[in-house]
Design a protein around this ligand. Structure first.
Ligand code: SF4
Length: 119
């Protein structure tokens, strides 16, 4: 499956260009939280991507889960995926925090899963 993992940080649950009053930051009815995977802690079990497959995918190189969009599954289904994570590395976060979380993740040096450490 081909996909661009960077879309995880671009997908919004609403159009930014024209606010309509429904934005979470304005007290609207859309989801108030974004879902985030701390990939540095992910062990690649694939549970989350099996439960909420429109939200989580396994990165083909890293072997870790990533949230590729914020509006792919219901809150309940995403919460179910969160609950299945054996290392609790999926969290609800503020939409506004996604960019800084990505920057922190980019600064970390962790090895891809599924590859021997000497490769
Ligand atoms: S359930 Fe948790 S550990 Fe398993 S792939 Fe998803 S984020 Fe990673």
């Amino acid at each position: 499956m081909n996909f661009d993992p960077s879309t995880a940080f671009q997908a919004k649950s609403y159009e930014e260009s024209e606010p309509n009053g429904q934005e979470p930051i304005l007290g609207g009815q859309l989801r108030e939280k974004a879902v985030w995977v701390d990939e540095s802690k992910c062990i690649g079990c694939t549970y989350c991507s099996s439960v909420a497959s429109n939200t989580f995918v396994m990165h083909p190189d890293q072997g870790r889960a990533r949230a590729i969009r914020q509006d792919g599954d219901s809150n309940n289904l995403i919460q179910e995926a969160i609950d299945t994570c054996p290392v609790d590395c999926i969290q609800w976060v503020e939409f506004e925090d996604l960019d800084s979380l990505r920057q922190k993740l980019d600064q970390q040096d962790f090895r891809p899963l599924g590859l021997p450490p000497w490769t």
